[in-house]
Design a protein around this ligand. Structure first.
Ligand SMILES: [Zn+2]
Length: 333
């Protein structure tokens, strides 16, 4: 009896051990599956796969994919774009993206370090400033120049004006660049992207034709901005001249009395009817110049960003430029 009980006990022990091993294997398998799923992207269902910094990049990627759910804009609608800094969540989004589109230039200074720190390969990024001819920021007569001594420039800093999209000709080139880049990443969608891009470029070309016509028939070729001036690429494209209170991305908002006097004098002597300001910016200076001269204030929209309600309505770059054509027609008549 003793020996039989001994055999039974050792069998029980073996069965228990075997059971333990099976449980352990299943537990390991379960953990492995979780780890693999996490490695496979860690993306939640429906999360956008094209991450962009600013509104125009969002607009162009949305036009090429014809699917706004595919595209996520890091800068929130209605907010200031020049001082944007990414959150830790934004950085994870960029790392998980199929494609990260950014503008380049002063507002995107943070991108360079982020891409190298996270080993994000060049194939998965697109810098829009690589797709057009660049112009340097300039200071024209009467303009408040930035005080150089209190501006620390990082190494490799470029003084190029970043508002490349304000020229529709550039916008068309960038849309085609987005098409080419996305077609490399998703070869299966090549034809769809081609068709979508062509449709949008045709709309942009229409805007180009309209502005060309307005300028050709205009009585004057001069614009006055009682504001910052992010339209270098636009005036360069159509041969217009301009005077403004501040250069493109200046963070200055206080104009000196000399600048104010210069603008008022310019409006009077050149018999300017429309004083311009840009979107999402204070009206104070423009109103002051207007009230001193009897000119009217109008907004020329540089499409840095759009309000939340316009964003929700799906307002496009082309919609904004269509409004700009009307403003230019008034300002140049
Ligand atoms: Zn700007």
């Amino acid at each position: 009896m003793e020996s039989v009980r001994g055999v039974e006990n050792s069998m029980k022990e073996k069965i228990l051990k075997g059971f333990g091993v099976v449980v352990l294997i299943f537990a390991l398998l379960f953990v492995s599956v979780l780890v693999i799923l996490k490695l496979m992207g860690g993306r939640e269902k429906g999360e956008a796969k094209i991450i962009v910094t600013n509104f125009v990049a969002y607009d162009f990627a949305r036009a090429v994919t014809d699917d706004k759910k595919e595209v996520a804009m890091l800068v929130k609608p209605g907010t200031e774009t020049h001082t944007f800094e990414p959150t830790p969540e934004d950085i994870i989004k960029i790392k998980n993206a199929d494609l990260f589109i950014y503008n380049g230039g002063e507002s995107d200074e943070w991108v360079k370090g982020l891409l190298s720190d996270n080993d994000i390969p060049a194939e998965k990024t697109m810098r829009m400033m690589d797709y057009v001819g660049l112009l340097e920021e300039e200071v024209v007569e009467g303009m408040e120049a930035e005080e150089e001594e209190d501006v620390a420039r990082p190494e490799g800093y470029e003084e190029y004006d970043e508002h490349i999209w304000t020229s529709p000709v550039n916008a068309a080139k960038i849309v085609d660049g987005v098409r080419a880049k996305l077609s490399e990443i998703r070869t299966g969608k090549k034809l769809v992207y081609k068709e979508n891009a062509e449709k949008y470029i045709a709309q942009i070309n229409e805007i180009h034709a309209e502005i060309s016509e307005v300028v050709k028939n205009a009585n004057r070729k001069e614009l006055i901005f009682a504001d910052r001036f992010p339209f270098r690429y636009l005036v360069n494209e159509y041969g217009l001249s301009y005077f403004a209170a501040f250069p493109g991305c200046s963070d200055q908002t206080e104009a000196s009395s000399a600048t104010v006097a210069f603008l008022i004098n310019k409006v009077k002597t050149d018999d300017i009817k429309i004083v311009l300001k840009i979107e999402l910016s204070s009206e104070q200076l423009a109103k002051m110049v207007a009230s001193e001269t009897g000119a009217e204030v109008m907004v020329l929209n540089a499409a840095h960003n759009i309000s939340q309600s316009d964003f929700d309505k799906g307002v496009t770059y082309v919609d904004i430029m269509r409004e700009n054509v009307k403003v230019l027609e008034r300002a140049l008549e």
